[in-house]
Design a protein around this ligand. Sequence first.
Ligand SMILES: [Zn+2]
Length: 340
Amino acid sequence: MRVAVMSAPGEVRIEDRPKPRIVEPTDAVLRLAATCICGSDLWPYRGVEALDGPRPMGHEYAGVVEEVGDDVTTVKSGQFVVGSFFASDNTCATCQAGYQSSCEHRQPGAPDGAQAQRMRVPLADGTLVATPGIPDADMVPSLLAASDVLGTGWFAAVAAEVGPGKTVAVVGDGAVGLLGVMAAQQLGAERIIAMSRHEPRQKLALEFGATDIVEERGDEGVARIKDLTDGLGAHSVIEAVGTQESMMQAIRATRPGGHTGYVGVNHGVQLPGEELFFSHVHLHGGPAPVRRFLPDLIDRIWNRQIDPGKVFDVELPLDQAADGYRAMDERRAIKVLLRP
Ligand SMILES: [Zn+2]
């Protein structure tokens, strides 16, 4: 079967590898309906994150169960399922508290890659959620979005305590930031300020529920947020980038007593303790416990209440994964869907 492998920064190729099989009795093997390229896949692509040898890529997936191990009881062959980038047992104390991405038995959700025709998922009972039936083809991109970018944007909104009457600012106009806008709208925010200077992304943000667009970034961006909020800052700020600039922009755009939800994978960020101390801002974030939200997200998609699949603006056959990486690296695409 074919799988996308990153051999060096900037180099992605399609390899033929043996079809995955059940290794542990708790595994499942899926035939992927769709997969995609993540913003976080760009870190090794750009050489910011080290590669320790050729890496099978991808951790976002939706597809049909082909085979399950002997101990798997909650999903079965033929079901359509969605999972997340971390496999979790969903039974330990940490999972029960809603932090499945810190599960005591956490493992990669796609140990052999998900930008592939088939994949193995560990801890299938705790990790996979079945949809009510086989979805219509037009719903598959949205279910795939639930696997990571929607779940991550949703967690950011929840971590930032988004709710009715709140003003929310979103730092980052990638797929996660845009779906953070969608989450804020669904969770009842009164006002949603999307920070973006790219017109196609601004349009999507408005479609997803943004009420204001701020093009400035850094200190100027913070000043604009304050202008729009009686000098106070937003109640809730979603950070979906992970750089020093974006983290400080998010924290400084949050009002005293407000909440910053940060989900951009941090790279080299250092927070100034004294400024944090006097800011009175709550910080919460990290790798999203997508599994916590999957049943609710699948439900909203199944009922056609939300259509997060709109973040995929480019669709390619898996064999052209290298073109997809290039398009995302050059910001010509928001998010690339790959058809296995
Ligand atoms: Zn657990």
